[in-house]
Design a protein around this ligand. Structure first.
Ligand SMILES: Nc1ncnc2c1ncn2[C@@H]1O[C@H](COP(=O)(O)OP(=O)(O)OP(=O)(O)O)[C@@H](O)[C@H]1O
Ligand SMILES: [Mg+2]
Length: 271
């Protein structure tokens, strides 16, 4: 049941984490995400992330890349608070989520959509049931759940498929279901961890295009992939992780980009 003062949809009832400038202009003016000197150690001697700095403006599309074990998944898990940094700050819409009380974490996640390589859909549920989950957690009225799920399915190219059992879908369609579930709450930030890793190259490009369409409607997207053939097809901002450090290139991966810290020393002109 929607509480007084919420929008009709009943989603994002916590103004601090609202996506749009409509809710709070000062939040809208801030970068959606800022990492300041973020360090993460899983072993005391080997940092997984060493003093990572990164600013993501509202509406950006970023590739996060780097070799296996470079820390791409770790970086994303810090943003959705599955992990906490050992040092540094992570500001989401200006608020330090690294220091968020555990009871506030669900409020953060209502403003995030997350898509994984292995889809994480429930096979024996229908498409509708899978996509409706985040709205049911918010106790949204049934009528609104139906219309929001239908809208999300349309956006991912699965209009009218809500009644089908998810296990009967192809891999590409299952990933579309998981994207629909991630966007059904209209999150400010969409995180994707190797979302095309289980798909053939043609389907991978389809899914990348889907993320770009979602991005075009204003959602900020962080798309982690080690697939350089996919990255090179586009001209998005590229953040590379290697040995715990971040480096950046703005147009394609023609050469391995230089480190951000190096670029900062020469006026931030990394190519
Ligand atoms: N929960 C954990 N406990 C211990 N070590 C971890 C944990 N999570 C990640 N690591 C380590 O941190 C490093 C980075 O792992 P991460 O999964 O972030 O890499 P990745 O860039 O996503 O790699 P891949 O391309 O294979 O998915 C690895 O050395 C990994 O073993
Ligand atoms: Mg990973």
């Amino acid at each position: 049941m929607a509480k007084r003062g919420e929008r009709d949809s009943g989603v994002r009832p916590f103004p601090f984490f609202r996506a749009g400038v409509r809710a709070d202009p000062s939040v809208g003016a801030k970068p959606v995400l800022v990492l300041e000197d973020v360090c993460k150690f899983f072993r005391p001697d080997v940092p997984t992330l060493r003093s990572v700095n990164l600013t993501v403006e509202r509406g950006e599309f970023l590739f996060i890349t780097g070799p296996s074990g470079a820390g791409k998944s770790t970086l994303l898990s810090l943003i959705y608070r599955a992990e906490t940094p050992d040092d540094g700050r992570i500001l989401f819409s200006g608020r330090d989520i690294a220091r968020l009380a555990p009871k506030s974490i669900p409020f953060l996640r209502r403003n995030l959509g997350i898509v994984f390589q292995d889809f994480k859909v429930v096979d024996h549920w229908t498409v509708f049931e899978n996509v409706a989950v985040p709205l049911e957690i918010l106790e949204m009225p049934r009528r609104l759940v139906r219309s929001r799920v239908a809208e999300a399915l349309e956006r991912v190219g699965l209009a009218g498929r809500g009644g089908e059992r998810t296990e009967n879908l192809s891999g590409g369609e299952m990933q579309r279901v998981s994207v629909a579930r991630a966007i059904v709450t209209e999150p400010a930030l969409l995180l994707a961890d190797e979302p095309t890793g289980n798909l053939d190259p043609h389907l991978a490009l389809d899914i990348l295009t889907l993320f770009e369409e979602i991005n075009a409607t204003g959602t900020t997207v962080l798309f982690a992939t080690h697939d350089h053939s996919l990255i090179s097809k586009r001209n998005h901002r590229i953040v590379s992780l290697d040995e715990g450090r971040v480096s950046e290139a703005r147009s394609g991966l023609r050469s391995w980009p230089r480190r951000v810290t190096d670029a900062a020393h020469d006026g931030g002109k990394a190519a």
